[in-house]
Design a protein around this ligand. Structure first.
Ligand code: SAH
Length: 363
């Protein structure tokens, strides 16, 4: 790639209004921008040469003046339960993982927002990688484009959960831009109500999210009812504590009948006692909430254990008896390390300590 080429704008990174403006700047009609957007996002084309309703000279010009970047599918692996993990390679050679989870009851794409993650939650394998870099909006959307094409699902409705690698609110602008591109009716038209953003509780970004015109569903990774315990599991809690997060959730503008999901990874003997359940119930009593319990997906290098089914049920029952809506997340794709907190890509880690946590893809 020449130095000149590096500077060419990427069609995959442009929202439709920007694409229209770029075409007008090229002396074209604005509607050409909409056509190109539709080819990329609705029809899944990865090469401007294939945009057959554009005049040939325009296609040539686009190829000369822009790039159109799409992540490449490096590897794909299917779990015995139907869950599929996709290893995608980005233009700079970095790799990320995206997961397809069928029938839950909807079809769900679990998408990454960063290469690695800076949050370093004590039980999360991705956190062991550290943050390599943010994904661009085009790369976030690119995962959806690649999965929809690979699974022949461009005409099937699906949900998106931003629960892959990374902390979406730590990459706020690109994540929100990606959601706008995904929602565009000329593209895949995934409405925000079909999208769930999961966050560890980056408070300033959470406040900002509360004022967005279009808003995804919100999930908060809580994992503990007290600052003492949460501080041990989620380092960010030292900055933004439990009470502040709950207060922000109480202020969060929710659509009718919508609730904030509180994710709670259950760790044997750490945060799964009846007392923890009672404290959690008290904490969430005045929030429009539902609780999603996630029994730990254990992995080498993760110093915790998954509680017994009895302990999980006991914890869930205390919450339900206190009037909360509770579900237990069924672990999907554990045999291919596609389950929550198990996404990690080898060859991108730095320190020897981090190497301890390495799980080779496809092991
Ligand atoms: N950074 C965001 C998005 C990741 S979502 C967040 O933390 O919310 C992934 C979910 O899986 C989070 O709730 C996370 O805490 C949880 N998780 C991480 N490691 C896990 C593990 N080993 N077992 C089960 N769940 C895990």
């Amino acid at each position: 790639m020449s130095g000149n080429e590096e500077r060419r704008p990427d069609l995959a990174e442009l929202e439709r209004p920007a694409l229209e403006a770029a075409l007008v700047e090229c002396g074209q009609d604005a509607f050409r921008g909409g056509q190109i957007f539709r080819w990329i996002h609705r029809r899944g084309v990865t090469d401007v040469g294939a945009m057959t309703d554009l005049p040939l000279d325009l296609r040539r010009r686009l190829a000369a003046e822009f790039v159109l970047t799409t992540p490449t599918l490096a590897h794909r692996e299917k779990s015995s339960d139907g869950t599929e993990k996709f290893l995608l390679r980005l233009a700079d050679g970095r790799q990320i993982e995206s997961v397809f989870i069928p029938d839950t009851p909807s079809m769900t794409f679990c998408i990454s927002t960063q290469v690695g993650c800076a949050m370093a939650c004590a039980f999360c394998l991705t956190g062991k990688m550290g943050l390599a870099r943010n994904l661009t909006a085009g790369e976030i959307v690119g995962q959806v484009r690649v999965l929809a094409a690979a699974l022949a699902m461009r005409d099937t409705p699906f949900n998106i959960v931003l629960m892959g690698m990374g902390e979406p609110l730590h990459n706020y602008d690109e994540t929100m831009k990606a959601l706008r591109i995904l929602a565009d009716p000329y593209g895949l038209a995934v409405p925000p109500r079909r999208v769930t953003l999961s966050t560890v509780g980056l408070l300033p970004a959470l406040e900002r999210l509360a004022s967005e015109p279009v808003m995804p569903n919100l999930a908060i990774s809580l994992h503990a009812p007290t600052d003492r315990l949460r501080g041990e599991l989620v380092p960010l809690n030292k900055k933004y504590g439990v009470a502040e997060i709950i207060a922000a959730c109480q202020r969060f503008p929710l659509q009718k009948r919508r609730r904030i999901t509180f994710e709670y990874v259950l760790l044997a003997g750490v945060n799964d006692s009846p007392q923890d359940a009672r404290l959690l119930a008290k904490l969430l009593a005045r929030v429009k909430s539902k609780v999603n319990l996630i029994p730990l997906n254990a992995a080498p290098g993760i110093p915790f254990e998954r509680p017994s089914d009895e302990a999980v049920n006991r914890f869930a029952k205390i919450l339900a008896d206190a009037g909360l809506i509770v579900s237990v997340r069924k672990s999907r794709g554990r045999d291919i390390r596609a389950a929550c907190g198990q996404l990690i890509v080898e060859g991108q880690k730095k320190s020897a300590a981090q190497q301890l946590a390495v799980v080779a893809f496809g092991d």
